[in-house]
Design a protein around this ligand. Structure first.
Ligand SMILES: [Zn+2]
Length: 375
C-alpha cells in the first residue's frame, strides 16, 4: 500500500486522484478507438501505449501509423518519441474525431449479485441443453471468467426513389465470435455500470481483435438486412411492373403507328419520307430501352448501413466443462452459464456458427446443431 506523504494536503491528493482518473479514462478511450478502428494497442505500462493504425485511418485523420502515446507528463519526458495525450492536446482531438466517426464507444460492466457457481448447475444445464444419442453429461470442471459482448448499433437505410431508415442492433461475443443478437433480450434486465464492480476488478475478458469482431458484426448485419431488402424489393415490384406496362404500351402504339406510316410512304413511292419515318422508329426504339432502364433502376432498392454506436458489455460467466459419452467416445464440451442473466447460453455450432440447444454428436468429436451436419 502506498503511503501519503504528510506534507501534502488533502486537497492536493484529491486533485491528483482526479487527474489520474482522467488520464486512465483517456487511455481507455484511445484504446477503444484504436482497436475499433482495426488497430493494435500494446500496453507498455500504466502511462505508455504503443499504437498501430491501419493506413486508411491514418490518412483520413492525420494520425501516425505507429505512435507512442504517453498519458503522464513524466512518462512523456522519459520517452522522447512519445506524444503527450492530455485534454486539449491536438492528438487527442484527432482521436476524438476518429471515435466520433466510428461511433460512440463505451464499455460497461454487469452488476451481478452472486458471482459463484450456482447450486445445481448441472440441473440447469440439462433443463436447457439436450445431448442427443448420448449418455448423461458429467461435469468435469468449472471456472468463472469475464466475457465481453460487443453490441453494435447500426442505422440501415433502404433507398429507392424514396428512402427510409431503421436501427438494427447486432451483438457478437468477442471471445468466440458467436452471434449474440438473439441473447440481447435476456440481458435487458441486467444493470450495467461504467466502472468494474466486484467480479470484473479481478477478471479480464480476453477477446479477439475488434477488427475481427467488427467483421463478424457486418456478416450478422448482412444476414439480417438481406431478407428485409428482399421484402422491400417485393413491395415496390408491383409499382415497377405497373409503370413498365404503361410505358411499354405507349411505345407499342407509337411504333405501330410509325410502321403503318412508313408502309404508306413506301406505297406512295416517297423514299425521303420513308427514310425520315424509319429514323424516327429507330430513335423511338432507343428511347424505349432508356425508359425501361430508368424505371428498373428507380425501383431498385439499395441498403446502406452506418455504424452508430458500440457498447462493450462485460459479464461474468461460469465456464462448465462437460464430458459426454457417445458410443465408445468421450466428447468434451464447454457450456456457459451467464451469471448476469442467470441463464444457460445456447451452444455455438462449430460448422455453421448458429446457436442451438439440441446437440448432435458428430464423428469428429464435436457437438453440432443438426443431424445433417453430424453425418
Ligand atoms: Zn450448425
Amino acid at each position: 500500500m502506498a503511503r501519503t506523504e504528510p506534507d501534502r494536503t488533502l486537497e492536493q491528493v484529491a486533485s491528483e486522484t482526479r487527474a489520474r482518473r482522467h488520464r486512465v479514462d483517456l487511455r481507455r478511450f484511445i484504446t477503444d478507438v484504436v482497436t475499433t478502428a482495426g488497430g493494435i494497442v500494446d500496453v507498455k505500462d500504466e502511462y505508455l501505449l504503443h499504437v498501430a493504425l491501419p493506413a486508411e485511418v491514418v490518412e483520413g485523420f492525420s494520425l501516425p501509423e505507429f505512435g507512442v502515446l504517453a498519458f503522464d507528463y513524466d512518462a512523456a519526458k522519459d520517452a522522447p518519441a512519445a506524444e503527450f495525450v492530455t485534454f486539449g492536446s491536438p492528438v487527442l482531438d484527432r482521436f476524438v474525431a476518429l471515435g466520433l466517426e466510428l461511433g460512440r464507444v463505451t464499455r460497461e460492466y454487469a452488476r451481478s449479485s452472486a458471482v459463484r457457481v450456482p447450486p445445481n448447475l448441472m440441473g440447469r444445464i440439462e433443463s436447457r441443453i439436450g445431448f442427443n444419442r448420448s449418455r448423461r453429461p458429467v461435469l468435469r470442471a468449472t471456472s468463472i471468467e469475464a466475457y465481453e459482448r460487443a453490441v453494435f448499433g447500426f442505422v440501415v437505410s433502404y433507398i429507392s426513389d424514396e428512402r427510409f431508415s431503421e436501427s438494427v442492433a447486432v451483438a457478437v461475443d468477442t471471445t468466440n465470435l458467436a452471434d449474440d443478437t438473439d441473447l440481447l433480450d435476456e440481458s435487458k434486465g441486467v444493470t450495467f455500470s461504467s466502472e468494474p464492480q466486484g467480479f470484473a476488478a479481478g477478471l479480464t475478458a480476453k477477446g479477439r481483435p475488434y477488427s475481427e469482431v467488427l467483421q463478424k458484426a457486418l456478416e450478422c448485419l448482412q444476414a439480417r438486412v438481406r431478407p428485409r431488402l428482399a421484402t422491400h424489393q417485393a413491395e415496390v415490384r408491383g409499382f415497377c411492373e405497373k409503370e413498365l406496362v404503361t410505358v411499354l404500351g405507349f411505345y407499342e402504339r407509337t411504333l405501330a403507328d410509325l410502321a403503318a406510316r412508313e408502309e404508306a410512304a413506301a406505297a406512295a413511292g416517297d423514299p425521303d419520307k420513308k427514310a425520315r419515318i424509319h429514323s424516327k422508329i429507330e430513335a423511338s426504339q432507343v428511347e424505349r430501352q432508356r425508359r425501361i432502364a430508368d424505371i428498373v433502376s428507380k425501383y431498385r432498392v439499395r441498403a446502406e448501413a452506418r455504424l452508430d454506436s458500440v457498447t462493450l458489455q462485460v459479464m461474468p460467466k461460469v465456464r462448465a466443462l462437460l464430458e459426454v459419452r457417445h458410443k465408445d467416445s468421450i466428447y468434451t464440451q464447454p457450456v456457459f452459464y451467464n451469471l448476469a442473466t442467470n441463464s444457460v447460453e445456447p451452444l455455438t455450432c462449430p460448422r455453421c456458427g448458429r446457436r442451438f440447444f439440441s446437440a448432435y454428436p458428430a464423428k469428429d468429436g464435436m457437438f453440432v446443431c443438426s443431424t445433417e451436419e453430424a453425418e
